[in-house]
Design a protein around this ligand. Structure first.
Ligand SMILES: Cc1ncc(COP(=O)(O)O)c(C=O)c1O
Length: 349
């Protein structure tokens, strides 16, 4: 198994300032003006502790957005906090579906929880066969859509993984980038199923740390038992409430549709480059590529001012895997030009 230090590598490390950033999958450079205004308004309230009313308002808004009840909502300091809380469930065996976002593994291994990798293969389209998950796993964690493969698992496959005595964690940090949020379990009250959501990507809020968990109230209570008092601040609560409002949800939906169009354009352009394989179908705001001599290509792109996400720190992937964020076609042009220059015959050693 990889050292935990490798698993802590994320796209933000690849995206050094000054580089054209295809490594981080955040939409845009800053939150929209209306959301910024809501955060500025909330600043008036940071002279006092975050109140139960702020928390209740955020949970109510999220509950309405997903057709759940407020006691099925736990506001988090980002989906990442949800992973960090998982050891509180005292799992005996955690099955982690890979390649996938690695923070759940970091949290579990650091806490001494035995971890089993369910490795999905490119040859199978990184599709999940529920039978590959060990029966004895009392915690199963996967992403939908999955980072970095961009695979969207069918909701039925995920429902089939739920069992009495097991907690199934579905990381839906990118689900709001999927038009119609098809295959989401966020709106379903299922025993033992915990859905994690993030405001980070769609709303360009990585620095705020805001997200939430949806799940059965007793499960949320177990997760939250050892959290500090006031675990999330007033600004985070304001953002969670604001981004759950109908206008925000409609804006996210429009952005998801636009991203799907941009992704199709980028995938087609990449597929025309010599020696690039694009993993399709893709549902997230990013594409997983395979190129020969990937480490050289990544370094060469960086020298040309372009950051892409290395793939080899994801269990199951290699240095030939690269992940690129979907941007609008105009912004993708430098990536395509640089890749073409690096991949033309004679350059690949
Ligand atoms: C798949 C996935 N899940 C969760 C997270 C963490 O999200 P947050 O910023 O809400 O903690 C990330 C961040 O990169 C991610 O890629």
């Amino acid at each position: 198994m990889r050292p935990v230090t490798d698993l802590r590598h994320h796209g933000d490390v690849d995206a050094r300032p000054g580089l054209e950033d295809f490594a981080v999958n955040v939409r845009g450079d800053a939150p929209p003006a209306w959301l910024r205004s809501r955060l500025v308004e909330a600043l008036d309230e940071i002279g006092r502790y975050p109140s139960a009313e702020h928390d209740a308002a955020a949970r109510r808004a999220v509950a309405v957005r997903h057709g759940r009840s407020p006691d099925e909502v736990l506001v988090l300091a980002g989906a990442a906090e949800g992973f960090a809380l998982l050891p509180a469930l005292r799992p005996r065996l955690a099955a982690l579906v890979h390649p996938s976002f690695t923070e759940p593994e970091v949290a579990l291994r650091t806490a001494g929880v035995p971890v089993h990798h369910v490795l999905l293969a490119a040859a199978d389209g990184f599709q999940l066969d529920a039978a590959a998950v060990p029966e004895e796993a009392d915690l199963v964690v996967l992403g939908n859509p999955t980072n970095p493969t961009s695979v969207l698992h069918p909701a039925d496959t995920l429902r089939a993984l739920a069992r009495p005595g097991r907690v199934l964690v579905v990381d839906e940090a990118f689900m709001d980038a999927v038009p119609g949020e098809v295959e989401s379990l966020a709106g379903e009250a299922l025993d033992g199923v915990l859905v994690l959501r993030s405001l980070t990507k769609t709303w360009a809020l990585p620095g705020l740390r805001a997200g939430y968990a949806l799940g059965p109230p007793p499960l949320l209570a177990r997760l939250a038992a050892a959290r500090p008092h006031w675990p999330v601040g007033t600004l985070q609560l304001a953002a969670v409430a604001a981004c759950a409002e109908p206008l925000a949800v409609a804006e996210a939906e429009a952005a998801a549709r636009e991203t799907a169009e941009h992704r199709a354009v980028l995938a087609a352009a990449l597929a025309e480059l010599p020696g690039v394989r694009v993993h399709l179908p893709a549902a997230g705001p990013y594409l997983l590529l395979r190129v020969r001599d990937g480490e050289r290509v990544r370094e060469a792109l960086r020298a040309r001012g372009i950051a892409v996400r290395r793939g080899d720190t994801f269990p199951g992937l290699t240095t030939d895997h690269l992940r690129v964020a979907v941007r609008d076609p105009r912004r993708c042009e430098p990536l395509l030009v640089a890749l073409r220059a690096e991949l033309e015959p004679g350059r690949v050693r």
